[in-house]
Design a protein. Structure first.
Length: 182
């Protein structure tokens, strides 16, 4: 009898320890992303890098990101759950969801390897542990808040841990304080 085909490395792994209502609210908030609606204020809690991957294929790098995220999730890296929101090998795009361990704030990392960009951003002021958090975050979209450099730490950690390394990178946005005035 033939064995079942191996799972594709780009298939998201099911989370085991996240409450169902948090996952439901995370999917809503990941789609809406109210914290990035104000152009100047979104820079306060966002971090961008430009990645140069040399001759590496986009599909290879997508697979590397998926494997690294799976390892980070098993190890509870940086005290959060790491989930693959979406992964497209042909387009070279990966979306990674980060849920903090206690309060369940949702941050998102979007990597577009064809454009050479990697962005980590917070999605809302309030954590998803609160009932109706996506709705409340919609109402608070213009309220500025800092991510306390967690997005830059997560993105740097992911970049450094990839099996198919990023050859060169640079910060793509200004410091959050400068971003308020430029």
């Amino acid at each position: 009898m033939p064995s079942a085909p191996a799972a594709s490395p780009t298939q998201p792994q099911p989370p085991g320890r996240i409450a169902w209502f948090v996952l439901l609210q995370a999917s809503i908030q990941a789609w809406l992303r109210p914290a990035i609606w104000c152009p100047l204020l979104n820079r306060v809690h966002s971090y961008r890098e430009v990645w140069r991957t040399g001759g590496s294929e986009a599909a290879e790098l997508v697979d590397s990101v998926v494997k690294t995220v799976d390892r980070f999730n098993r190890d509870k890296h940086l005290n959060c759950d790491w989930l693959i929101g979406s992964a497209n090998r042909e387009a070279g795009q990966v979306t990674v969801l980060n849920l903090t361990a206690r309060c369940r704030w949702l941050d998102i990392i979007v990597i577009d390897l064809r454009r050479g960009s990697a962005t980590a951003t917070s999605t809302g002021l309030l954590p998803l542990l609160l009932p109706l958090a996506p709705l409340l975050n919609l109402l608070a979209f213009a309220f500025p808040f800092s991510d306390l450099v967690t997005n830059s730490k997560r993105l740097a950690s992911l970049r450094q841990a990839l099996d198919a390394p990023v050859k060169d990178w640079s910060v793509g946005s200004a410091d959050w304080f400068q971003a308020l005035f430029y």
